[in-house]
Ligand binder design. Structure first.
Ligand code: PLP
Length: 457
């Protein structure tokens, strides 16, 4: 029989993995099949996936309806493109449906195949918009420390995680970062939400003024940061940031790649977190990961300039991917959205999110190395740190506190995720997760964390 583990070890160049370590030791897990929230590996062992893959399998694994939609569309029209005013029906129907769900004021969807390419498209749209308006110097994009916006040459620099810059000569020179609204590492002890938000908005304003407002084009933010630590901003944060952006004619891009399509209990995270974006990026939840598809949602203000001054100045919009508006991917998205709507999964994500966040808060309250449990909707994290007389201190990264907890939980059949830049363990299950499954995730990770805590003494 073919030894697929050996093939993987020898031939697959793995993302976000130790190059040499993987080549020597091989895969931690070889997934073979999945149903609901459960993955079965090549030894027949079942794992409860509390991360919905990479924050994406919102309707759960093994949905026949999406598999059928993929197969039917592949048989009917396996591929056609959208260049030069060509079109396919599934992409047209999907675009209308996405715009109908979006907050007021959005006009168009530009499709791609990944969250990273969506954010690259965002940068190009923002630059094109300002070039078309006769503002060629207005090009800088401000992102946040710990933000995650992808890995391509542009989006990798927007991502505010040093591990994604090291060795790659990123970020590109037009990118700047401001602080993340992190309760433990950024908030001062005496600051309430209003004071914390006001200070972060002031930092943004100071940066825009220092750079020159005529050089700053856009600010990009996830409604709730995902991979950077599941960081929920304080009350009033986006209103305060937005007031600054409006003052200096700076566009707001909401990166909804995780939050979009229901994860926070609303169709878009912007609604729940009080953002009023000019542009939005979506991916993951649009197909629940069954097919690679992303979208840039373009607001009226930007669209009017693209279609008006932009067309007059530059002719055809010179951007697009072979897989832009792919009909098979669009068909998967339509079947996925049918499921989300018919099973009321957005509402369910909100309810199960409350259950998950309560369960984590209760289970981890007594563990001395827990600095915070936090989350919103079905995004949650537990942050581990060393308690000291002067407050929390990060563990030495060499101790691998969060990775050890995640590995121990995996041994016990639960998949969670250790996030970079500190020791947070995250959870982002399918919207179909049950209370019993959440209880199992929480108790398994709590046991793993207790054992690691004991070993640290
Ligand atoms: N934006 C956010 C908020 C993400 O979480 C991710 C991926 O996790 C991306 C962008 C990049 O998406 P992709 O991995 O599909 O390129």
């Amino acid at each position: 029989m073919t030894d697929t583990r050996d093939l993987d070890r020898r031939f697959v160049f793995h993302p976000f993995s130790m190059a040499q370590g993987h080549e020597q030791s091989g895969a931690l897990m070889m997934a073979q099949s999945a149903e609901g929230c459960w993955i079965t590996d090549d030894s027949g062992k079942r794992h409860l996936d509390s991360m919905a893959g990479l924050w994406c399998v919102n309707v759960g694994y093994g949905r026949e309806r999406i598999a059928d939609a993929l197969a039917d569309q592949a048989r009917k029209l396996s591929y056609f493109h959208g260049f030069s005013s060509m079109a396919t029906e599934p992409a047209a129907i999907l675009a209308e449906r996405v715009i109908a769900k979006a907050p007021d004021g959005f006009s168009k969807v530009f499709f791609g195949a990944s969250g990273s390419d969506a954010n690259d498209t965002q940068a190009k749209i923002v630059w094109y918009y300002n070039n078309a308006r006769g503002l060629p110097n207005k090009k800088k994009i401000i992102a946040r420390d710990r933000g995650y916006h992808g890995v391509t040459v542009l989006s990798g620099g927007l991502t505010g995680l040093p591990g994604l810059h090291a060795g790659f000569d990123l970020p590109l020179p037009m990118i700047r970062h401001v602080s993340a609204p992190h309760n433990i590492w950024t908030r001062n002890a005496e600051e309430d939400d209003a004071a914390f938000s006001a200070r972060l908005a002031q930092e943004l304003e100071d940066l825009i003024l220092a750079e020159g407002p005529d050089t700053v084009a856009a600010f990009i933010a996830e409604p709730v940061m995902g991979a950077g630590g599941v960081i929920v901003p304080p009350e009033g944060y986006f209103a305060a940031m937005q007031a600054v952006l409006d003052r200096y004619d700076v566009l707001l891009i909401a990166d909804e790649v995780i939050c979009g399509f229901g994860r926070l209990g609303t169709w878009f995270g912007s609604e729940r977190m009080g953002m009023k974006p000019d542009l939005m990026s979506v991916a993951k939840g649009i197909t629940s990961g069954y097919a690679p598809l992303s979208g840039v949602l373009v607001g009226d203000k930007v669209w009017q300039v693209i279609s008006g001054e932009g067309s007059a100045k530059y002719g055809a919009f010179g951007h697009g991917y072979t897989y832009t508006a792919h009909p098979v991917m669009a068909a998967a998205a339509l079947a996925n959205l049918d499921i989300v709507e018919e099973e009321n999964l957005v509402e369910r994500a909100g309810q199960m999110g409350d259950y998950l966040n309560d369960a984590l808060a209760k289970a981890f309250a007594d563990l001395p190395i827990v600095a915070e449990t936090r989350g919103k909707g079905l995004m949650a994290a537990v942050e581990f740190a060393r308690p000291t007389r002067d407050g929390w201190q990060k563990f030495d990264p060499g101790l691998q506190v969060a990775p050890r907890i995640v590995r121990a939980a995996l041994q016990d059949g639960v998949i969670s995720r250790a996030l970079p830049n500190g020791d947070a363990v995250s959870f982002s299950p399918p919207f179909t997760v049950t209370a019993e499954e959440i209880d199992l995730v929480v108790s398994t990770v709590r046991k793993a964390a207790g054992a690691v805590c004991d070993a640290l003494r």
